[in-house]
Design a protein around this ligand. Structure first.
Ligand SMILES: Cc1ncc(COP(=O)(O)O)c(C=O)c1O
Length: 335
C-alpha cells in the first residue's frame, strides 16, 4: 500500500473475482472483472482519464478549456474527475433515458448537464450525440467523442487487456463484455487475441439493440430497452465487429434479474449492463456444454455498480411503470 498522488492513480487495477456460486453448476471457471470498483464507479474512468491526457498531448485541450461529451453518464463521471483535477470546464449531454441518479451525480461533480429527448435515432439532429457535436462546435470546446475517438480503444488496449491477461496468468479463454462505444471489446479483445490466438471475444447485447444482429449479418430495427450503457441503433466506429467470435442477445428481465442474482449469490451489487453481460456468460456456458468441450476460463466485465440505478432497476415503482414485475424478477433471481 502506498500514498497516491491523486485519485487518478486509483483508476484501474480492479479486482478479478472468481464466481463461486453464480453459475456454479455450469462447470466452467467464471471470473468477474469488477470495473465498478474504479473510483468513479465504472469502467469509463479508464477512458476518460486516458482521452484527456492524450488530448492534452495532442494540443487539443488548452489549460482552462472546456470538455463536452455525449454520455450514458459514466464517461461523464470519469471526465468530471479529470476536469476537477486538471481545471477544465465540463458539459455532458445525455438522453432522458439516463437515470436521475446519474444526472444528479454529474451535477454534483460540477458538470453542466444538457438532457435530450429519449428515443431519437442516430441521424436525428437532437439526438444526444449530435447535440454534443453541435455544442462543441458552437463553443470551440474539445469533444471527447468516445464513440469515434481511437484513444478510447487504445485505453483498453493499453490498460484493461494487459490487466486481464496478468490477473488470469494467461489462462483466459473467453472475454465477454457489452458494447456501448465498443471501446472495451475492441481494445481489450485485440490485446488478448494478440496474446492468445484461440481466445474468443463475445458480445453481450440487450434485445432491442442492433449490434448482435449486425454481427450475425441480420437486418433488424432497433427498439427500446431498459438496460443502460450498452447496445444501440448503429454500429459505432469504435466497435470492431471483426474482433467478435460470438454475440448473444439478452432481454431486459433476464438482465435485471441476473444483476439481482449477482448480489444474492456473490455480493456484487451492479447495474443492468453487468446483469446483461453475466447472463450472456451463462448462455455461453450452455453453448459450450452442448459442444461438450473442455473447462474454459471465462472473464465477464462488470462495467458499473448498482448505486447509480437506485431510482430505476432497484425501484419497484419504476419497474412497474415499465411493465416489469418485481416479483417475477425476484422469482427468477432465486432460481
Ligand atoms: C454502464 C455501461 N456499461 C457498459 C458500457 C460499454 O462500454 P464500451 O463503451 O467500452 O463499449 C458503458 C458505456 O457506454 C456503460 O455506461
Amino acid at each position: 500500500m502506498q500514498v497516491m498522488s491523486s485519485i487518478a492513480d486509483a483508476i484501474g487495477r480492479t479486482p478479478m473475482i472468481r464466481l463461486q456460486r453464480f453459475g456454479a453448476d455450469r462447470g466452467h471457471n467464471l471470473l468477474a472483472k469488477c470495473e465498478f470498483l474504479n473510483p468513479g464507479g465504472s469502467i469509463k474512468d479508464r477512458i476518460a482519464w486516458y482521452m484527456v491526457e492524450q488530448a492534452e498531448k495532442k494540443g487539443l485541450l488548452e489549460p482552462g478549456g472546456e470538455i463536452i461529451e455525449a454520455t450514458a453518464g459514466n464517461t461523464g463521471i470519469g471526465l468530471a474527475m479529470a476536469a476537477a483535477l486538471k481545471g477544465y470546464k465540463l458539459t455532458t449531454v445525455m438522453s432522458a433515458k439516463v437515470s436521475l441518479d446519474k444526472v444528479n451525480m454529474l451535477k454534483a461533480l460540477g458538470s453542466q448537464v444538457v438532457i435530450t429527448p429519449i428515443g431519437l435515432s442516430a441521424d436525428h439532429p437532437d439526438n444526444f450525440v449530435n447535440t454534443a457535436h453541435a455544442l462543441a462546435q458552437e463553443r470551440g470546446a474539445w469533444l471527447a467523442d468516445q464513440f469515434n475517438n481511437e484513444d478510447n480503444v487504445e485505453a483498453h488496449y493499453q490498460l484493461t487487456g494487459p490487466e486481464i491477461w496478468e490477473q488470469t496468468e494467461g489462462t483466459i479463454d473467453v472475454l465477454i463484455a457489452g458494447a456501448g462505444t465498443g471501446g472495451t471489446l475492441s481494445g481489450a479483445g485485440k490485446y488478448l487475441k494478440e496474446k492468445k490466438a484461440s481466445l474468443k471475444v463475445v458480445l453481450a447485447d440487450p434485445i432491442g439493440s442492433v449490434h448482435c444482429d449486425r454481427f450475425h449479418r441480420l437486418q433488424s430495427k432497433s427498439s427500446s430497452y431498459l438496460v443502460e450503457g450498452i447496445g444501440g441503433d448503429i454500429i459505432p466506429q469504435n466497435l470492431n465487429l471483426q474482433i467478435l467470435d460470438d454475440a448473444i442477445s439478452i432481454g431486459d428481465e433476464e438482465a435485471i434479474s441476473t444483476a439481482y442474482a449477482l448480489m444474492k449469490k456473490e455480493a456484487l451489487f451492479v447495474g443492468s449492463s453487468s446483469g446483461c453481460i453475466a447472463a450472456a456468460a451463462l448462455r455461453y456456458c450452455a453453448k459450450l456444454e452442448a459442444q461438450s468441450g473442455e473447462r474454459q476460463t471465462i472473464v465477464a466485465i462488470l462495467p458499473d455498480g448498482g448505486r447509480a440505478y437506485m431510482s430505476t432497476i432497484y425501484d419497484d415503482k419504476w419497474l412497474k411503470s415499465k411493465n416489469v414485475s418485481p416479483e417475477k424478477l425476484l422469482a427468477w433471481r432465486n432460481q
